[in-house]
Design a protein around this ligand. Sequence first.
Ligand code: ADP
Ligand code: ZN
Ligand code: ZN
Length: 702
Amino acid sequence: MQRLRIAVDTPAHAGLADALDYLSTEHLPPGTLVRVPLGRRDVPGLVWDAPADPGADGDAADPEGFALRPVTEALTSLAPLPAAWRQLVAFCARYYQRSLGEVALAVLPPELRKLDDAGLAKRLRLHDKRAAAAARPDGAPAPARPPLTPEQHTVLAAVDMAGQACHLLHGVTGSGKTEVYLRLAEAALDAGRQALILVPEINLTPQLEARFAARFPGRRLVSLHSALTPAQRLAHWLAAHRGQADIVLGTRLAVFCPLPRPGLIVVDEEHDPSYKQQDGARYSARDLAVYRGKLEQVPVVLGSATPSLETWQHAQVGRYRLLTMAERVGQGPLPQVRVVDMRQQPRPAPGEPPPALSAPVQAALEACIARGEQALLFLNRRGFAPVLQCGACGWKSGCPHCSAWRVFHKLDRTLRCHHCAFTERVPRACPDCGNLDILPLGRGTEKLQEQVAELLHTVLRPDGSPARVARIDADTTRLKGTLETQLAAVHAGEVDVLVGTQMVTKGHDFRRVTLVVAVDPDGALFTADFRAPERLFATLMQAAGRAGRDAGVARHAEMWIQTANPEHALFTALRAHDYARFADSQLREREMAGLPPFAHLALLRAEARDAAVAEAFLRAARERARALAEAMGVADSLTLYAPVPPHVARVAGQERRQMLVESASRAVLQRLLAPWAAEMPALRQQHRGIVRWAVDVDPASI
Ligand code: ADP
Ligand code: ZN
Ligand code: ZN
């Protein structure tokens, strides 16, 4: 009998050890998937390592004297997970304050956790049979590759494929970053290695997948994202882990995909907030990708037109190598950015709502349609109106479970909470006073679409037919496949004006768009979240990048911004397409305010039915943090803020509170977090009523 330490999924909150000791009759190398008894259940686990003190041979009790239980079954059909994979998981668990087993098992395909060894062996045989049937004979004609632009050439020459540097590829939209990824992947594949390409959005994977598949016809390419069926996800993951897939393309969870011979890691749109996991282990896939590059000793390329300020700062101080592509390929210049001062627009008649589009924007839109080109109207608020209001008593459509308004959706006449999804039919009359006159306040994409269609009903296209207005947002794309159909309609020229949320600004290569309008971007200028300007700038730059992507129409390309703050520095930098100027001014502000990347943050979040309970828990936690920091002699390098409500304080009937911990030193912050988080289960016991708590390291927003 041998003793083994096995990682099982016990949440850190339960306060159990990271890995538990079990007995095994056979030698099982670290990384072997097993099934073990835990309480009365049989759960999956991973052999982590031999115990530090293996004890006498046959020692069958744990330190408390409980008899150790044997491993139920070892899934030896599967090769053990590689050492670098285990190191990545261990780092993730440690850094983001979760248990080892929780992270290790959460990042495996759910289907894998259900199988026994016989079931797994059967799957593997089936996959091998399918792969053999699908294999294409070699000498598939070599696909055409465009000759590189001088900038692409310089960039590619600067990446040492045998090295392990982290690079920032700062390239304007349309500068040909994807072609760079393709060439880097080619180099990795030629060296017999695998390439891992991360993208922020599931919606963008089919596009990119098609480009990679066309470039590497004889190679196996798999995708990994949450829209796959469990069986597909397992099949793709196995293909990567067994070295059968040469290219793995996926969203943030793919950063944990085991690869026996990694050669390259690319993180496209590295600034995108969706790389940060928002529950469980709140990891940043971008940051883990950089860490993984070091572990696996492979080059990492972070690509973006608007890098995150953290990444930009690393590139400025030389921690990352900065690679720049400033020119668009075979396309016109970037669109001219024009700002409309909404304060100067004529006031609407009394009782009339302000028009969606200002006069100059309306004129630009009509001209665009008359030229037979396409326009994109961007508004980051879905639904018809963000709130309904009673004209008589002032009642508003609040959510009974959240501190938020319910949004009016006109199509199905519902009021929907975008935080807890509570949905009801729109009341016929005001629930408070019975007045029949309840009115939508403000404007979402649904209303914008309606207003624009009305505005354009007499505007004709060059062939004399009426202009066609379509909308793409989370509501119109709920059903599988609908987004693809709608995007295809835009690409096919069946749409003249596309109204949409952030969704339409991302990555799409619309060839005939020459007008982009940010209808109402001001909301993001003055929020409490210090990252809001950075996000808005990235979104607007990306939106601008949708215009003039075809040289034939680029000379008309314009982006219009409707704002009541035309002198804001953000818009000035945008007009000059000057990311560096914007980033530098933001970095100066962050440095003065002691914010990331000059400080490191962690949030302790707590939820309870009763706000007072959440606050008391956090106050006690703050006292514990203070005591720990003093005991460690680091109290001076830590700031422990008082508990505050977040932006939306009540969600689904739970009161949320959070407290911020800040330090100029990441190491000091990490030293505090580990013992502090370990005290939470006991602290929670003392504060009955705490429903949930979580430590969020490097939070995406505060
Ligand atoms: P980005 O990802 O930087 O926004 P893309 O990689 O999508 O840019 O490239 C923009 C367009 O330019 C695409 O249509 C692409 O096919 C084309 N392109 C990229 N590199 C070249 C090249 N070297 N020669 C010709 N066309 C290119
Ligand atoms: Zn009323
Ligand atoms: Zn709600």
